[in-house]
Design a binder for this molecule. Structure first.
Ligand code: FES
Ligand code: FES
Length: 152
């Protein structure tokens, strides 16, 4: 079982990763970080989104050995000193926390977007969240929450 070393939510960790485990499985079953959700399990829904080396990835498609030396941020890593990230707060304020299943991935997609583009247009937001599917209530409040965080 290879030992994987990586940075998870700002902390260096080591994990003995069974050969065929994905990052999603490592997070949920190995490390008990269950904020990252499993939806389709094949790269289509975005429920398992995490930030890996600054990019949004579907953790169900990343093998454990690809994580060696990487930096991973999950939804659990966004709050600081018990205080929610401004995106989490905006989602709450705009009623954009809907089923809870897609929400962690949506928030991490928004986080990745706002780091690279602090003033996104609606089209930018649509594009950034195009891999994160909602099967029930829709995207309007989610887009409004993200657009409320534009810096100008
Ligand atoms: S569970 Fe990974 S994309 Fe759906
Ligand atoms: S799938 Fe989560 S709100 Fe629709």
């Amino acid at each position: 079982m290879p030992e994987i070393k990586f940075k998870l939510n700002g902390k260096k960790i080591k994990f003995d990763c069974p050969d065929n485990w994905t990052l999603l499985r490592m997070l949920r079953d190995g490390l008990r970080l269950t904020g990252t959700k499993e939806g389709c399990g094949k790269g289509e829904c975005g429920a398992c989104s995490v930030i890996m080396n600054g990019e949004l990835v579907n953790s169900c498609l990343v093998l454990g050995n690809q994580v060696d030396n990487a930096e991973i941020i999950t939804i659990e890593g966004l709050s600081e000193n018990g205080e929610l990230d401004r995106i989490q707060k905006a989602f709450i304020e705009h009623g954009a926390v809907q089923c809870g299943f897609c929400t962690p991935g949506m928030i991490l997609a928004a986080k990745t977007l706002l780091i690279s583009n602090p003033n996104p247009t609606l089209e930018d937001v649509r594009e950034a969240l195009s891999g994160n599917l909602c099967r029930c209530t829709g995207y309007k409040k989610i887009f409004e929450a993200i657009l409320s965080l534009k810096e100008s």
